[in-house]
Design a protein around this ligand. Sequence first.
Ligand SMILES: [Zn+2]
Length: 306
Amino acid sequence: MKTTQGRLPSWYFFVRHERASRSGHRLLARRGILLGAGAVGLSLAGPRAALSAPCATDALGVCRTLALDPSGGLKIGLKTYAETLALNDRELVLTFDDGPLGAPTSMVLDVLAAECVKATFFLIGRNAAANPGLVRRMVAEGHTIAHHSWSHPWTFRQRSFEAGKADILKGFRAVDEAAFGEAGAGPRVPFFRYPGFADTPELNAWLAGIDVGIFGCDVWASDWVHMSPEAQFSLVMGRIRQVGRGIALFHDVRPQTAAMLPRFLRGLKAEGWKVVHLVPGGPRPVLIGAGPRWRSQTERIIAGRG
Ligand SMILES: [Zn+2]
């Protein structure tokens, strides 16, 4: 099966700008997978068992569901844009990009189910078409199914507007057909994230015109960089403590992310963090602006300036 792993060109640019530890990565990753999974009684051999179990009484859960309407356009996430959701202190939105993909996505879903946590999955259309069962499972388990293009091009800036639009529309259709068995003129869930955050003014304007919101993020796990689950856990906990709230980006196609997720969700619970579940509908979201010294971090990375 052709997957995005090993060929995601956007990762290349981000990898160049990250400072993650890679020491002893293969052995540690294997050990970390087992350690991380063991934290909630899961293993790679039998993660599905968690599905039949009820949530633990001390499960992390979801503190609130935030329904938001992006009609007329919305661009949020401080890594890329100067506004983001007005969340409370220690509130996180969990988002996962690039799935669905076999074992790692299945394990992510198992772990989320065990903790009664709902997330938003920004799916690649061709991955959804190849794995419709996983997409249906996401829907059945209450997660939000959002969009991340059909073919994950790096980047849309190197494509014509028409080619970019066609790729995004094909992604909308593929995800909706996998999730709901049919696709309408527009996406069922009007949430979109650009691969590598590489937007264009023309595509932004078109998406606003069809009432699709554009999601960046406020904090990311850098899980495009290979590292052990322990290193991944430490990195992401440190970063969320720094930002204090926001939209967090992970990749459910990454085994290291799936492996560290049990420990991460336990860590959130232990430190008093709350998970907010995004769904379409409702009013325009309340936003907060960045400070006066804000600059787009992703724009510098895309431009190769770090
Ligand atoms: Zn992506």
